[in-house]
Design a protein around this ligand. Structure first.
Ligand SMILES: NC(=O)c1ccc[n+]([C@@H]2O[C@H](COP(=O)([O-])OP(=O)(O)OC[C@H]3O[C@@H](n4cnc5c(N)ncnc54)[C@H](O)[C@@H]3O)[C@@H](O)[C@H]2O)c1
Ligand SMILES: N[C@H](C(=O)O)[C@H](O)COP(=O)(O)O
Length: 325
């Protein structure tokens, strides 16, 4: 069995709470949490959770017993209180991510991430747009795709963490073709879908209304889809995004490609927040994550819902077992 390396993320957020909540039940996976052990001890006290924290070193079996957690200790850079960000701990957050990559490169395993706070990382001087971009960079992969999935729906993004004003300029034929090819290949190799059917949203209202509301559909998206259709991919679109997520439009569709973050993710989070998973497609290793952020407003209160973390861990384990790289 391989390991699931679980980064605990922003120490002031709900990541540490979720790791501790997860520790309360027996689990089918060998999970190793990357975190500061004393931070977890303090948070466990705050949450009134009993958890035996077991220092883990490479080669050890990770505990699967309720009330215990295997932890690879990474020291905090400054004391942390739940809900209060501190730039001094940005390096601590980054160290978890770097270490998780080192572990998946040296052992069999997958990475599962708890949320980080992009703002505080950037405030500290670290240029960080998201885990997706970070892992692509560390893996030396030019292109990856962010996919969020819940029971009803899979949504992929053509652009990820970009200001809205920059989105139109970032949509181009070569990258759209790469993105759709990655989605198609990943659904085949990692999700066992023999002939994936993908739908693609337009960028503009009404998919450009025949060119009267924008030309990106006619000039960029349609030609890219036509080329890929000739290569054998099954693609529907470009569809007006406002009706691309209706039950009828989604019938027989395996994944929807949205052109930008807030075109696709609000729909997915409406359909499945709390039980959805964020998967990075196109990496040479498996990486999944929760569907939510650091939730500083509820860190340390005990009200964080651990459902998405459970789904992310289960997804990573299933993908590890089934993937053909
Ligand atoms: N995977 C990630 O690393 C990730 C994902 C999304 C957002 N973020 C980051 O998180 C930070 C905060 O983002 P935000 O405020 O937009 O979104 P958020 O998801 O942190 O919070 C939105 C709302 O949902 C609630 N919420 C979130 N997760 C919850 C859970 N597990 N249980 C119960 N309630 C929950 C919060 O309390 C809040 O009211 C930002 O810096 C953002 O970049 C990180
Ligand atoms: N776009 C994601 C979301 O809204 O859930 C989130 O920011 C996390 O992205 P990364 O996995 O790239 O950090």
């Amino acid at each position: 069995m391989s390991y699931l390396f679980l980064t605990s993320g922003e120490p002031a957020g709900i990541g540490p709470d979720l790791c501790l909540q997860y520790s309360q039940t027996e689990r089918p996976h060998q999970v190793v949490v990357l975190a500061d052990i004393s931070l977890l001890e303090q948070r466990a006290k705050l949450l009134q959770l009993n958890c035996k924290l077991l220092p883990w070193v490479p080669g050890d079996k990770a505990t699967q017993l309720a009330g215990t957690l295997s932890v690879f200790h990474i020291p905090l850079r400054a004391p942390c209180s739940a809900g209060t960000l501190d730039v001094a701990n940005a390096e601590y957050v980054l160290a978890q991510l770097e270490q998780s990559v080192a572990f998946v490169n040296s052992t069999r395993g997958a990475i599962v991430t708890c949320p980080v706070h992009k703002g505080i990382l950037n405030d500290s001087g670290i240029n960080f747009s998201g885990h997706t971009e970070f892992f692509a960079d560390r893996a030396g992969v030019e292109k990856v795709v962010m996919m969020l999935a819940c029971e009803k729906l899979r949504v992929c993004l053509a652009t990820t963490h970009l200001p809205l004003k920059d989105v139109a300029n970032a949509i181009n034929g070569p990258e759209l073709k790469q993105t759709l090819t990655i989605i198609h290949d990943s659904l085949q190799k990692q999700f066992g879908i023999a002939e994936p059917r993908l739908s693609v949203c337009g960028l503009n209202p009404h998919a450009g209304e025949g060119g009267h509301l924008g030309l990106e559909e006619q000039q960029i998206i349609e030609p890219a889809l036509d080329e890929l259709r000739e290569a054998g991919l099954t693609l529907v679109g470009p569809l007006p995004a406002d009706t691309a997520f209706t039950p009828r439009a989604l019938a027989n569709i395996d994944a929807v490609l949205a052109m930008y973050h807030d075109q696709g993710l609000p729909v997915l989070k409406y359909a499945g927040f709390g039980d959805a998973v964020n998967v990075t497609l196109g990496l040479p290793f498996i990486r999944t994550s929760v569907d939510h952020g650091t939730a500083l407003d509820i860190a340390g209160t005990g009200s964080a819902n651990c459902g998405s973390l459970r789904c992310a861990l289960n997804y990573a384990a299933t993908m590890s077992a089934n993937s053909i790289f």
